[in-house]
Design a protein around this ligand. Structure first.
Ligand code: SAH
Length: 346
C-alpha cells in the first residue's frame, strides 16, 4: 500500500487515521504538533510516542521534507532566496523578505505554470505538477528554521497559479492557520491570481479573510491579451465583476498588480482607462516595474514613468502604491532561480 503524506492531512483527517490504528484521539494532536510546531523530520523524534507506534506510523505514513539546494542572501536588504528540491527531483523556490512589520515569505504553489504570461519566468518551461499542501507548508517551515526568523506573513506569489491548484491550496490554508500548527491568521496571507474567475467566486464564498491580489497588468482586453493568455478565457468585465463580488462578500480590499512594461501598458490613456474601470471598487493598485526576463524582451518602464503613472492614478482617486524592489542582487523575482537552475542542468 502506498504511504500517506502525513503533513498534508488536516488534524481531523489525521485523527481519523490514528483512531483507525487503534490509538486514542489525543495521539493525533501530539503527532500534529510534532509535525507543524516542532517540525520533526522523522517519527523517531516524537519522544512522547512509543517506539512500537512510531514503527507503525512509519509503515503507514511518510514525512515529506524539502532539500535546500541553494540559498542566496541579498547584500542590499537581507532578502533570502531559497531553491529547494522536492522528493521527485523537481525544484521550487521561495523568498524571505524583511519589512518594518516583520518577515514575509513568498511561496510557490506549483512546479512551473500553465498560464503562459509572456513576461513571467515561471511559465517559460511549462507546467510540471501541482505542489502538495505539505510542500507549500515546508517552504515556510524550512525557511523559518534555516533563517531563524519568525515569519509573520505569507504571500502566494511565487511559481505557479494557486487557483489552478485549488484543492491543495485550500487544504494548505486550513493547515497553515490551524491553532495546533503554525496558527497564522489568514489576514496575514495574500494569494495572487492571474484571474481564474470561477475560483475567485468560490473563494469569496468561503470568506477566509485572506487578501486577494489579482494580476491585471492592463486596462482592457486588447492590452491584456498581448501578455496574458488567460484573458482569452475570461474578459476583463467578467474578471472585474468577480473581484467586486469578492470585495463585497469579504469586505477585503482587492490588490491589483500592474507590472509596467515600457510601450505596452504604461501610457496616459492606459492609466485613465484603468482608473475609470476600477473607480468605486474596494481596491488598490500595486505598480511593479516589470522585471526583465531574457526570453520576453520587455523593458521595464523607467522609474520616473512609474511615478508618473502612479500620480495619474492617484489624481483620479485610485489608491496606488509602487512595489519596493527587494533582493535585486539575487534575482529574487519569481521563477528566476528555478529557471536558471534548469539552464545549468541542460
Ligand atoms: N500566478 C499568480 C501568482 C504568481 S506571479 C499570478 O499570476 O498572480 C506573482 C506576480 O508577479 C504576478 O502579479 C505576476 O504577474 C508578477 N510577475 C511575473 N513575472 C513578472 C516580471 N517579470 N516582472 C514583474 N512582475 C512579474
Amino acid at each position: 500500500m502506498e504511504k500517506i503524506d502525513i503533513k498534508s492531512l488536516t488534524l481531523e483527517e489525521l485523527t481519523q487515521h490514528i483512531v483507525g490504528l487503534g490509538e486514542p484521539k489525543f495521539r493525533a494532536k501530539q503527532i500534529y504538533e510534532w509535525l507543524h510546531q516542532k517540525h520533526a523530520f522523522s517519527f523517531s523524534e516524537m519522544t512522547n510516542i512509543s517506539a512500537k507506534f512510531q514503527q507503525r506510523l512509519e509503515s503507514v505514513f511518510y514525512i515529506d521534507s524539502l532539500k535546500m539546494i541553494k540559498k542566496l542572501v541579498s547584500q542590499i536588504d537581507n532578502t533570502v532566496k531559497y531553491l529547494y528540491e522536492l522528493r521527485d527531483g523537481e525544484f521550487v523556490e521561495c523568498v524571505l523578505m524583511e519589512y518594518r512589520h516583520g518577515t514575509s515569505i513568498c511561496i510557490s504553489s506549483q512546479v512551473g505554470c500553465k498560464m503562459g504570461c509572456t513576461f513571467c519566468a515561471s511559465t517559460i518551461a511549462g507546467f510540471v505538477r501541482n505542489l502538495t499542501p505539505s510542500e507549500m507548508l515546508d517552504q515556510i517551515y524550512c525557511s523559518a528554521l534555516d533563517s531563524g526568523r519568525k515569519i509573520s506573513s505569507v504571500v502566494m506569489m511565487g511559481i505557479g497559479e494557486p487557483l489552478d491548484n485549488y484543492d491543495n491550496v485550500l487544504r494548505f490554508l486550513e493547515l497553515v492557520s490551524d491553532e495546533n500548527g503554525m496558527n497564522l491568521s489568514l489576514r496575514h496571507l495574500s494569494l495572487s491570481t492571474c484571474g481564474l474567475v470561477e475560483r475567485i467566486c468560490d473563494l469569496a464564498e468561503k470568506r477566509l479573510g485572506l487578501t486577494l491580489s489579482v494580476s491585471l497588468h492592463a486596462p482592457n482586453d486588447t492590452v491584456r491579451s498581448k501578455t496574458m493568455p488567460v484573458s482569452r478565457r475570461y474578459s476583463m468585465n467578467e474578471l472585474l465583476k468577480a473581484c467586486r463580488f469578492y470585495a463585497e462578500e469579504t469586505h477585503r480590499r482587492i490588490s491589483f498588480e500592474y507590472a509596467l512594461i515600457r510601450g505596452v501598458n504604461d501610457s496616459k490613456r492606459d492609466a485613465e482607462e484603468l482608473a475609470s474601470r476600477l473607480r468605486g471598487m474596494l481596491c488598490h493598485v500595486n505598480l511593479i516595474p516589470v522585471n526583465p526576463v531574457e526570453e520576453a524582451g520587455y523593458q521595464a518602464a523607467a522609474r520616473e514613468d512609474v511615478f508618473r503613472f502612479q500620480n495619474l492614478l492617484l489624481s483620479m482617486g485610485i489608491n496606488t502604491t509602487v512595489r519596493r524592489t527587494l533582493g535585486a542582487d539575487i534575482h529574487a523575482a519569481c521563477g528566476q532561480l528555478r529557471r536558471n537552475s534548469q539552464n545549468v542542468k541542460r
